[in-house]
Design a protein around this ligand. Structure first.
Ligand SMILES: C[S@@+](CC[C@H](N)C(=O)[O-])C[C@H]1O[C@@H](n2cnc3c(N)ncnc32)[C@H](O)[C@@H]1O
Length: 289
């Protein structure tokens, strides 16, 4: 068990002390996301959260030895975790900061061929509104040519149609944020076709969830953050957001509960590197997607 994982119960929150940046940034921390945020992250600290929570699926989360993979035996327990996390994320986000959640509806009892859906995007949106987030934008993501990017590999045919899209739900914490020069993007509409990067898919072929593609992360970073900004992924998985965020000069950190995924973080969990230190002459990101 890593050092970080020892903190698994919320303790007295230290909401004003700033964490040591060299220990925080450029890494995936092996812990439960709510416990870690409560323990380590002060109020009004993060500029952008980009994350993709697990998709609640009865097969994955309630049929694993009766315990549920992450302790969520029911859809309500899953929603309760997300709701508490949305509240914590609101606390740690700066006024005017953003939260981008990639998600999709989950299959309900598909094992028994009952084709119903868990309305995950709708429930996350309602929960975020309750926690005072503003609903800011919405994007449909389609992976081409065969929907493998960003769509979990285990995605079964759901409802009446084979589901090949995901949603990006974009929220904003009310308040004013400093402006930065943005990249000139090509975001003409709210449907993004994300072309799979073959190398990425090969590198993480044995990871059972969908990974974020670099193209998607680049778009989100350049639309809703600036260089030097503090970026968080609380469901970090293979650490893609951290990997790509570093490349684009964000001060980025992730939280992931599964210690088995540590093998994917070798290239990022090195001692803090210069790449994470922002340059004085900031230029907007180049968007090549
Ligand atoms: C859909 S995957 C994220 C994949 C990630 N976007 C990537 O590109 O690799 C969701 C991840 O959330 C992790 N997770 C589930 N519950 C968690 C919790 N309470 N705290 C931190 N991570 C958690 C799972 O282990 C899983 O790796």
């Amino acid at each position: 068990m890593s050092e970080d994982n020892k903190i698994n119960t919320p303790v007295e929150q230290n909401k004003s002390a700033r964490p040591r940046e060299t220990k925080l940034f450029g890494r995936v921390h092996n812990n439960d996301n709510i416990a870690f945020l409560r323990e380590k992250i002060p109020n009004d600290f993060v500029d952008l959260t980009l994350t993709s929570p697990p998709i609640y699926d009865e097969n994955l989360y309630t049929n694993t030895g009766g315990e549920g993979e992450f302790g969520w035996k029911t859809f309500d327990q899953y929603l309760a975790h997300l709701s508490t996390l949305l509240e914590e994320l609101f606390r740690v986000t700066k006024p005017g900061g953003m939260l981008v959640v990639e998600t999709m509806s989950g299959p309900n009892e598909h094992k028994k061929q009952i084709k119903k859906l868990f309305p995950i995007p709708a429930r996350i949106t309602l929960s975020a509104l309750e926690k005072q987030w503003e609903f800011w934008d919405e994007v449909i993501i389609v992976g081409m040519p065969n929907n493998i990017v960003s769509i979990p590999k285990h995605s079964p045919p759901t409802a009446q149609n084979k589901m090949i899209h995901k949603q990006l739900l974009v929220f904003r914490k009310p308040g004013k944020k400093n402006q930065c020069r943005k990249a000139k993007g090509h975001y003409l509409n709210s449907i993004w076709t994300i072309t799979p990067n073959k190398r990425e898919m090969e590198n993480y072929a044995d990871y059972s969830y969908g990974i974020f593609s670099e193209h998607l992360i680049k778009r989100v970073l350049s639309l809703w953050s600036c260089q030097k900004d503090i970026v968080l992924d609380p469901f970090a998985g293979t650490g893609q957001v951290i990997r790509i965020g570093k490349k684009f000069r964000r001060r980025v950190f992730g939280i992931e509960i599964d210690p088995k995924l540590e093998k994917y973080w070798d290239d990022i969990n090195k001692p803090i590197q210069k790449v994470n230190e922002p340059k004085a002459d900031q230029k907007p990101d180049k968007d090549t997607t």
